[in-house]
Each structure stands twice: as C-alpha cells, then as structure tokens.
Design a protein around this ligand. Structure first.
Ligand code: SF4
Length: 682
C-alpha cells in the first residue's frame, strides 16, 4: 500500500506491507525521495508498535490519570468546556493545533473552534516553524507556498544558497537533488550540509539580516542586479537599496563575522550561475526579526532576477509533515480555510456560507501560539485548552513558564497517540489514530497534495481526531452533520471552503490523487492540472509585480552580557522529529541520539572548565538546561548549540525567551544569551 512517511515536510513516498503481523516499509520512486529514506522513515513502522502507545482515554482522578470509557472521557471534556464557557464566555477556551495534522484534521479543528466553541483563541505549533517565511513570502509575492516549484527543479541548478537550513540532517533524501549545484550554506554551525558546501558563511546567530543586506549591497555595487527583471516585474527596489546602502562588506564582516571576501564570492557565484536558487529554513526564520530576515534574502533573490522564472527561484524549506497544509485550512489564529484572512468580510461570507451559518457568528482573530500559551489561566486568557498533535512543554519557548501556565488551567485536554510531556499535565488524554491507521491528505513542501492511507486499524480504543471533534461538538449541542467523521467527506467540504482562496483545492479529489495525479495547489477545478510552478506569468499581487521590502537590521531580541556572554542557538538532529515525543520512543532513533547535548568550541569549553562528554549547565535569564558537552572545533567561540528534542532538564527551550517577531509572532529560538559551566549535581 502506497503512502508517505509520518514525519517531515518532504513527505517521502513509502510502500507498506504486513508480513506475519509486522509492518515492512520500502521507499518508492516518489519524486522527492526517489527511492531514498532517512533513518526516521526506515524506522517509521516502529512508531506503530511503541509499547506505551495511548490506547484508552484517560481522566485525572485523585491526581492520577486513570482509564475510562470514551463516553466518560468525552462527557468530562464537554461538561468542563461548557462550565468554563458559561462562566467566562467562549474565548475562555483555547485550541492548540499542530503542523503534523492531516489537512482534514486541521480544517475540522478550525471549524470546531469557531463554531462549536465560538472561540477566537486557536493557533498551532506551525507558528513556531515557518510563520516568518509565510509572512515575508506573502508580502513579496502575494502568496506563500514553501517551494513555488517542484523539488526536482533543484537538480538542474548550478548554485543554491541555503540560509539557515540543514537538509543533510533534517531531510536527507532532499540532498540527492542538491548533488550537482554548488552549495552556499549560511549557518553559524558547520553542519552536515555545510560540510558539503562550496562556500560556508558562518555568521553570529541573530545577524543574518545584516548579512542579507550586505549581499544585496554587493550585488548592486558589483553590477550583478538584473535591471530588466527589477524594472519589469518588481516594485520597491530603490527603498530596499537605500537600507542596504550602508551595509558595505567590511561593516557586515564586523557585525556578522563573515569575511568580506566570502560575501563577494557568494554573490559572484549566485549572479554568475545560469540557474540559481535561494532557499531559507528555520535558521533564518526563527528570530524576533524573522520576517525581515527572510525579506532580506528575498530582496537578494529579486535583485538577481531569480523568483518567478523557470530554473531559478526563492523558496522556504517547510519543516513539519503538514507544515504547508497545516497553515492553509484555518487552524491559524488569523486565517480561515483557503488561506483567507479572518478579517476579510468576503472571506467570512464565503466560509460561513459553506458552514451554513451567518458570517457574524464567526469570531475574529485570536492570539498567536506563544501569546495564547502565555495568556492561559490569566484574567482575560483561556482557562481551558484543547491540544491536538502538539507538545508545547518541550517545543514552545520559555518552556518552564509555559508549564506554569498549563498548570494554572481549569481543564487541559490532550489528544495524541503517544504520551508526551504535555499529556502528563492533562486532565483528560484522548488516544487518537496515527499515519498508517487513518485515511487523509497531507500537503508537502512543494504544495503537492498527497494521500495518506490506512494499512491497519488503530490498537485498543484509539479513535480518529475527526471522531473526537464530532463527539465533543455534539455534546456541546452542535448538529452532528457539521462535523463529518469520514476524511473524504471532510476533504470535499474543505475543497468547497478553499475554492477561490489563495490555497485553492477545489479541483483536487481523492479520486484524482488515487489515480496518481501530481496535484499542486492552486487547482481550481477538476479539469485543472494543478500548478507545480507559481509566478511564471506574474506574481500574485494585483498587477502581478513582486515587492521588495525596505528592511533594516535589528539586533536579536537578546544580546550577550557579562553574565551571559555566549549566544545559544537551537535546532534539530537527524534521529529526531520535533519535540521528540514520537522518535524518542523508537529504539533505533533513541540509540542514535539518546540525550540532550550542547556543542561548544574547544576554547570556550576550556575557559569554562568543560571537557568532551561531561555534563554542562547552560543558563539564560529564563533558567538552566543540563546537557552533555560535545567539543566541536568548527563551532564559533561565541556560540553554543543545543537540539530541542529532549525532555526534562535537557529542554533547550528552558533557555529561550518570549521576544516575538512583530508580524509573524515567531519567537526568538535561534539567539539566547547564555553562560555555560560544569554541572554539579546537588
Ligand atoms: Fe521521512 Fe522526512 Fe526522513 Fe523523508 S526525509 S524519510 S519524509 S523524515
């Protein structure tokens, strides 16, 4: 049975079979992976067999989570929600979704929040993932789709600049498409991807925008700007150039640490290539300046005439499995299905019409993900929270504060298929199905819609998230037909709700997908072939012109001080996915990467009295994380790195703060001021 990997946004094609009860996986020739898988994909069947799989609903009684029937669990949830709403109004209930949910779940979750709960307080963990690139892409091109071209186009490139992306670890099969291009990697760490690069630019974390401005400066001064493209297809170049004017290479070198010669070489390589791409990842995006950083790299791409042309382009490498679809169907605080703004009256009328309610019933925009978590249990914040497919105790910034907020709730409900650090705090835990136990669709990083297929039933009493939403909604007095439980039925409604929107799925059906059609949105009708390449005939702004952004470098939300002299940056490792709640339960992956670690330059380690393999305490103004020291000679002396997948006192997010990008509301994950010292167990 053909399906796709349960983890990242590449959504590698896999074929599953059952042999004597065991599930076997093989990669397929799907274009993004062409027969390749990473270790997460190869071990995905183990995820179906984890020993502590959630099988029964649990309700907290006398301080303990105890198994109960579904009827009892759903009654507890509904009566708790009802009580909170009657006492404090509909916005007293919050909903926190996930970028790994199928399109059908993300859609129904948004509808459930706006109609059954009547709350504006819904957002999801994708806010922590790609929201900066989404905001910058929308501003520049009028439309945000991670890659506006198929992954396979990268194979024909001469040069690719990767800003803050490490696909050699995070999505290894992508690297087969990056074999022939010369790679320019922008990353404070010498990552596995940087090892393969022709040129590695290693800026201090938080100075990416100064670097992007500097690269634009060189492009202009050295005569590499594509004047015809800028004139004919863009607006705003002059204002963007005025901001970049003062970022000459030597100044950029002083701020970022990237040698001026390397800056010039990067621009020369990009401008001299017949086919070149600029791609951003979380390293560029997860900043309190993330939108401007991405805009800085888009400005560079526009100046060189890359976007909207065959064999060239700008794109964002989305991270979570349904990072693309997850942001299109209405689980985001400010959006309705079809990637429509919730403040747009015509969008409200269209979606309300599909849902069979007057538009004034729909609430307005709510809080963004961190703002929602921060408001929990406060006078004007939610006092009940439903979490679907997310583990904010590990993945949210300022993690211990988030734990305090979650503990202050009157009701915390978590729907997941494995226990997580968040479900441990819950009042009710609802066991749900996972990838090979359910039907549905995902949308990968190229905007291609994919079928997820059911190989076998869920174990125990697990139910699909769609059934859970139906069960809660009907107990709250909603008509059952509003919350279909069959994925195909939900998808068909999603198609109608998205019709005419930016992410238009109207022409994409299960039948077409099952017939093997490669359908990238927008696909407005059933005869439409889909749109693998966007912007070739014009950008999505009225008038069809892309927009430069006049951006200026700002310092990271937090600068090093005497007390906290180093900068900590966070990221991912090959063996783990997101908060690690799934991959830490797979023996092979856990063996490959069993515990929190911190990468430190030898000089920094020696100054701090640390040796390879000992435990260190890394401390920021928020708290401390304990991690094993890895002495890495290629680290910058002013920077340490911690992966964010680990629980307990190894959580990297114990260090991160609450500075948010003013537009995307992306937290500052990539630059926290810290000190490091030996860990003394007391
Ligand atoms: Fe799965 Fe991503 Fe690895 Fe592919 S690259 S096998 S989609 S985790």
């Amino acid at each position: 049975m053909d399906t796709h990997c349960p983890y990242c946004a590449l959504q590698c094609g896999t074929r599953l079979a059952q042999e004597r009860g065991a599930v076997l996986v093989q990669p397929t020739d799907f274009p993004v992976n062409r027969g390749g898988l990473c270790q997460k994909g190869w071990t995905a069947p183990s995820l179906l067999e984890v020993p502590d799989r959630l099988r029964r609903p649990l309700v907290r009684r006398g301080g303990e989570l105890v198994p109960v029937s579904w009827e009892a669990a759903l009654d507890t949830v509904a009566s708790g929600l009802d009580r909170v709403r009657r006492e404090r109004g509909p916005d007293s209930v919050g909903v926190f979704g996930g970028g790994g949910l199928t399109n059908e779940k993300a859609y129904l979750l948004g509808k459930f929040a706006r109609l059954a709960l009547g709350t504006s307080q819904i957002d999801y963990n994708g806010r922590f993932c790609m929201s900066s690139a989404a905001a910058a892409g929308t501003a520049a091109f009028g439309l945000d789709r991670g890659l506006p071209f198929p992954v396979t186009d990268l194979g024909g490139a001469d040069v690719v600049l990767l800003a803050g992306a490490n696909p050699a670890e995070t999505m290894p099969p992508l690297m087969q498409h990056l074999r022939s291009p010369d790679l320019i990697v922008v990353d404070p760490r010498r990552t596995a991807t940087a090892e393969r690069a022709a040129l590695h630019l290693q800026p201090l974390p938080g100075t990416d925008l100064a670097l992007a401005l500097g690269l634009l400066h060189i492009a202009v001064v050295d005569g590499h700007v594509d004047g015809d493209f800028v004139r004919e297809r863009t607006d705003g170049f002059d204002a963007a150039w005025r901001r970049a004017m003062s970022w000459w290479p030597e100044r950029v070198e002083r701020v970022t640490g990237v040698p001026a010669t390397d800056q010039r070489e990067a621009v020369r390589m990009l401008a001299g290539a017949g086919s070149a791409y600029v791609l951003t990842g979380r390293g560029a995006e997860q900043h309190s300046t993330g939108v401007d950083v991405v805009s800085g790299f888009i400005n560079l791409a526009l100046a060189l005439g890359l976007p909207g042309r065959r064999g060239r382009g700008y794109g964002c490498l989305t991270g979570q499995g349904n990072g693309q679809g997850g942001r299109e169907h209405g689980q985001k605080a400010d959006q309705l299905p079809g990637y429509r703004m919730i403040t747009d009256q015509s969008a409200r009328e269209h979606v309300a019409g599909i849902w069979g309610v007057p538009p004034e019933v729909l609430p307005g925009p709510g809080r963004s993900a961190y703002e929602l978590l921060d408001a929990l249990g406060t006078d004007d914040g939610p006092s009940a929270l439903l979490v679907f497919g997310s583990n904010p105790v590990v993945s949210a910034p300022r993690a211990e504060h988030v734990v305090d907020r979650l503990r202050s709730l009157n009701l915390l409900v978590v729907a997941d298929f494995v226990p997580s650090e968040t479900s441990e705090l819950a009042d009710v835990v609802l066991p749900v199905t996972q990838w090979a136990e359910e039907e549905g669709t995902m949308t990968n990083l190229e905007g291609r819609v994919l079928r997820r297929r059911r190989l076998r039933p869920a174990p125990g009493h697990a139910r699909s998230d769609l059934e859970v939403l139906h069960g809660i909604a009907t107990r709250l007095g909603e008509p059952g037909h509003r919350y279909p439980t069959r994925p195909r039925e939900v998808f068909d409604e999603l198609r109608r709700a998205s019709a005419g929107g930016k992410a238009d799925y109207a022409g994409i059906s299960y039948e077409r997908l099952d017939a093997g059609e490669a359908l990238h949105w927008p696909c407005p009708d059933v005869r439409h072939p889909g749109t693998p390449r966007l912007f070739l005939d014009g950008f999505a702004h009225p008038g069809g012109r892309a927009q430069f952004a006049a951006v200026e470098h700002r310092d990271a939300g937090e600068q090093p001080t005497e007390l906290f002299p180093l900068t900590a940056t966070t990221g991912r490792v090959l063996a783990h996915y997101q908060s690690g709640a799934q991959t830490r339960r797979v023996a092979e992956l856990n063996d490959a990467s069993p515990a929190a670690f911190v990468e430190v330059h030898p000089d920094t380690a020696s100054r701090a009295g640390l040796a390879h393999g000992v435990l260190a305490r890394v401390t920021s103004a928020r708290g401390s994380a304990i991690a094993e020291v890895r002495v890495v000679p290629t680290m910058r002396t002013d920077t340490v790195f911690l992966p964010f997948h680990f629980p307990g006192d190894g959580r990297a997010n114990l260090l991160t703060g609450d500075a948010l990008d003013p537009r995307s509301k992306m937290p500052e994950f990539k630059a926290s001021a810290v000190r490091i010292e030996p860990h003394r167990d007391v």
